[in-house]
Design a protein around this ligand. Structure first.
Ligand code: TYD
Length: 202
């Protein structure tokens, strides 16, 4: 089982990923919490390059390829082995982040960016994607230590939000949207309501 949290800056993805992992453990299943960009030794090194201010002027295409390269390693080294063991993999961001940030907001094209990551991962798609939806004005105020991408314009972050909502609306079986503007416990309950039936099917 492969569950992904997506959403803008300050939407509480890492808190929710940890909370979901606790609920999964309570059922006697083994959760593996991981994140992108990063999640494997090579991908964490690529993460440092991508988010570093010194990378300010890298072309959008190079940025997209770096995210995809990190993802290829993360999937091969960490996610696929965990899924093969039967763990419940919970990932903070995945292909939809590239589709929303690089494909939509940077204008490289959602389909092309999706195709690139599908190639990089051997076509590994999540069973469920939880979009934690928050107004960028609220999310950016919550987010600490701003990185290179967080410092993009308000308009950029509005495009990211619209992209995530569009992906979810197009495929309700594989997505759920939860408002992140409520207390974390409430958000967690709504996430669990959607995940619990999937866990029971296992
Ligand atoms: P991070 O500090 O992990 O942000 P957050 O806590 O909001 O998840 O930084 C990751 C940044 O990289 C974030 O701004 C989103 C962006 N990103 C992309 O642009 N494309 C991608 O494929 C991924 C995984 C992240």
């Amino acid at each position: 089982m492969f569950i992904v949290f997506e959403g803008g800056e300050g939407s509480g993805k890492s808190t929710q990923a940890a909370q979901l992992a606790d609920a999964v453990s309570a059922l006697g299943q083994v959760p593996l919490v991981t994140r992108e960009p990063g999640g494997s030794p090579l991908a964490e090194r690529i993460r440092d390059i991508i988010l570093d201010d010194a990378s300010r002027d890298i072309p959008a295409e190079a940025e997209a390829l770096l995210f995809a390269a990190a993802r290829a390693d993360h999937v091969a080294e960490v996610i696929r082995p965990a899924l093969a063991r039967g763990d419940v993999v919970i990932c903070d961001r995945y292909i939809d982040s590239s589709a929303a940030y690089q494909g939509a907001a940077r204008g490289l094209g959602v389909q092309r960016i999706r195709d690139l990551s599908m190639w990089a991962t051997g076509g590994l798609a999540p069973d469920l994607t939880v979009v934690l939806d928050v107004d960028p004005a609220v999310g950016l105020a919550r987010a600490r230590d701003a990185n290179r991408l967080e410092r993009e314009s308000r308009e950029f972050h509005r495009a990211v939000r619209a992209a995530f909502l569009g992906f979810a609306a197009a495929d309700p079986d594989r997505y759920t949207v939860v408002s992140a503007g409520q207390p974390a416990a409430e958000v967690g309950e709504q996430v669990w309501r959607r995940v619990a039936p999937l866990m029971e099917q296992r």
